[in-house]
Write a protein that binds this ligand. Structure first.
Ligand SMILES: NC(=O)c1ccc[n+]([C@@H]2O[C@H](COP(=O)([O-])OP(=O)(O)OC[C@H]3O[C@@H](n4cnc5c(N)ncnc54)[C@H](O)[C@@H]3O)[C@@H](O)[C@H]2O)c1
Length: 630
């Protein structure tokens, strides 16, 4: 800052006040001249009233914060403040004039003309200042030229911010699929044409970046926008998705890279928030597996429905430590309890139920890694089946009212022991004796970015410039964003009746190889930088997942993204007897007897050997270990 700038900034307030005082004086003298045919009679009245009027006007301007001088940001609210300051100043000046005999003869018409001229001058200099700042734009050379995709409400908000001299952007134009918008201007920025015309338009109007300003875009629309930008060879960013926009506000600081959620998001699900709130508000909720991906997101979303108390349960001490770190800072009003606890430890879990009296349980604690569980059959069955039974018994005895099991699409025609245990879980919930506790399962496919899943593994491989390991070129999975899946789990919980299996609509299955290619593109790398290597299906894995058994009767629900089926249960006494038999196999060496009894309970279960696992060479086997769980 040089000496002149320093003096200016120090005295800024007084200079601004002085400048506006001069404007008031100009208005007053001009009003006098207009009133008296360009002469200045009654000079004594004029001379005495001028300083009084100036003081009154400055005081009113100070009252309405019009002395700061940041005129290049002038907007509608400043115009309103000028009107308020001038009118209140005129009233005060009129009252003062009635008290001071020397000012009392102040001509009435001049009250009005002066007020109009002062309003015009105060507003005029501000507009002029803003126009000059925007046209001069000292930072123009440093600003990025940007073309917006979308010419709607979001684009309007963003353009308003871009028009500020220090935004770092210069808006060149917009494109929008609505052809009726072509040729119109939004905040002074022209709508050039449609999104498909973008590559051609960018030749005529070169830009540095494209900003996708369509917060409501579905995954499919986003994919189209992204490939058009790629075709045009221009970097792109986006605004937050609709659900992430707080209080309807979008600002330039929220502009971010396009991520996988944007490409796979299927648009906001319509959730009946009130029905969920009715069941959670003021109640005590217990979430098992609360440190895991699904469990922690459940806790995040449940807290928005104002429970009285939320009990976090997980066997992972470090996991619970991080939950505590994240959640205890939040001011939610709910009482939070962080419990390191194995849900199969009957005494400990009983203690938790008698201490906290949970009315609702979400059971997300489980072992989920398919190939790993193939090598740990005993643990998979013990954790996912018998610890579930223990938890159900304790919850039912303690008077819990709602129990929700997080299931998986791997429970349908399972080819893995993990999938089979999830199916047994569904059967247990479906056949649990109807009493005071309502039991439902929610079944869905893969959640993007969950712990140990394919996306974090691909990301780390891309970062290290390693080949991406995909099991098979044709392998597909149902994919959903974590937020959407959990929001629908909560909705399913509100919709379900005792025994229901609620199945989330996951859209079309996605080819994992396409997912890998999308991630490579979004990372800014190419197929040359990072290659894709096929490693062969691992034990227990399928080429594609299914959401329903062929004999399941499927019913729609009031939520378009949730369907309901009732399971095909033989009834609790029979299932209980089969489970007793399964329990005895846990005491026998080897996985064979366990798997044989699993097949008795889930006849559709086909052991991995017959599931068509693709053989792989030794070198590929090493790579397989690095491939994600999908
Ligand atoms: N992640 C997905 O894509 C996905 C999709 C559909 C269904 N599911 C199902 O959701 C459940 C949770 O999946 P996730 O991705 O959150 O897994 P995760 O591994 O991230 O979380 C599971 C949590 O459960 C805890 N846990 C396991 N056994 C426990 C026990 N006996 N007592 C206490 N805590 C225990 C673990 O410590 C872990 O923190 C699984 O049943 C899974 O099959 C997951």
């Amino acid at each position: 800052m040089n000496k002149h700038q320093w003096i200016l900034s120090k005295n800024r307030f007084w200079l601004i006040a002085l400048f506006q005082a001069v404007l008031v004086l100009i208005s007053l003298v001009s009003a006098w001249l207009l009133r008296f045919d360009f002469s200045l009679p009654e000079r004594r009245v004029l001379l005495i009233s001028a300083p009084v009027l100036i003081l009154v006007r400055l005081a009113a301007m100070a009252r309405f914060k019009l002395l700061h001088g940041w005129w290049r940001y002038t907007g509608f609210s400043d115009a309103l403040d000028i009107l308020k300051a001038v009118s209140s100043g005129s009233v005060v000046f009129y009252l003062v004039a009635q008290l001071v005999p020397q000012i009392r003869p102040f001509p009435r018409s001049i009250y009005i003309v002066e007020a109009l001229l002062t309003t015009g001058l105060l507003a005029g200099v501000r507009l002029l200042s803003r126009a000059i700042a925007e046209s001069v734009r000292q930072d123009k050379a440093l600003s990025k030229g940007v073309v917006l995709i979308g010419a709607g409400f979001a684009a309007q908000l963003i353009l308003r911010e871009i028009s500020r001299p220090d935004s770092g952007y210069v808006a060149i134009g917009c494109v929008d699929d609505d052809t009726s918008k072509r040729g119109m201007k939004i905040s002074g920025v022209p709508v050039f044409g449609t999104v498909d015309q973008l590559p051609e338009l960018l030749q005529r109007h070169p830009a540095d970046e494209v900003l996708i300003a369509v917060p409501s875009a579905s995954g499919e629309q986003m994919q189209r926008f992204v490939s058009i930008c790629e075709q045009a060879g221009i970097p792109f960013k986006t605004v937050p998705a609709l659900r992430d926009i707080i209080a309807g506000q979008i600002s330039i600081s929220q502009v971010r890279e396009v991520n996988l959620d944007d490409l796979l998001g299927r648009g906001p699900a319509r959730i009946d928030l009130e029905s969920v709130r009715r069941l959670l508000k003021g109640r005590t909720v217990l979430v098992t597996g609360a440190a895991g991906t699904i469990g922690s997101e459940l806790c995040r979303q449940i807290l928005k429905y104002e429970p009285a108390r939320l009990v976090f349960v997980d066997q992972s001490e470090t996991g619970i430590f991080y939950s505590q770190l994240e959640f205890s800072r939040q001011q939610t009003g709910a009482q939070l309890q962080f419990c390191v606890c194995d849900v199969g430890d009957r005494d400990r879990i009983k203690g938790l139920f008698s201490e906290h009296n949970p009315q609702v349980v979400f059971h997300a604690a489980a072992y989920k890694h398919v190939p790993l569980m193939e090598a740990n059959v005993h643990e998979a069955v013990h954790n996912n089946v018998f610890k579930l039974v223990t938890l159900l018994e304790v919850a039912d005895d303690a008077g819990c009212e709602n129990f929700v099991l997080i299931s998986s699409d791997k429970a349908v025609n399972p080819t893995s022991v993990m999938g089979a245990t999830k199916r047994i879980g569904e059967l247990i919930l479906s056949s649990w004796p109807a009493g005071s506790m309502s039991c439902v399962s929610v079944r869905f496919g893969n959640v993007l970015g969950s712990s140990g899943s394919v996306v974090p593994i691909f990301r780390s491989q891309i970062e290290k410039n390693r080949d991406l390991t995909v099991t098979h070129p044709d392998v597909t999975r149902f994919l959903m964003t974590l937020h959407e899946a959990v929001a629908l789990v909560l909705q399913g919980f509100a919709l379900g009746n005792h025994g229901d299996i609620l199945v989330l609509d996951m859209g079309e299955p996605v080819r994992i190889v396409d997912l890998a290619q999308n991630l490579i593109r979004l990372s800014g790398k190419t197929g040359q930088d990072v290659r894709i290597q096929f490693t062969g299906l691992r034990k227990g894995e399928k080429l594609f997942e299914e959401l329903f058994y062929p004999d399941e009767v499927v019913h729609p629900t009031s939520c378009e993204k949730i369907r309901r089926t009732c399971g095909t249960s033989a009834g609790w006494p029979d299932l209980k007897a089969s489970l007793e038999a399964l329990k005895t196999t846990l005491g026998i060496d080897g996985a064979g007897p366990i798997l044989a009894q699993v097949k008795v309970i889930v006849p559709e279960y086909s052991a991995p050997e017959s599931a068509g696992a693709v053989p792989v060479s030794d070198s590929e086997r090493a790579l397989k270990m690095a491939a994600g769980n999908h």
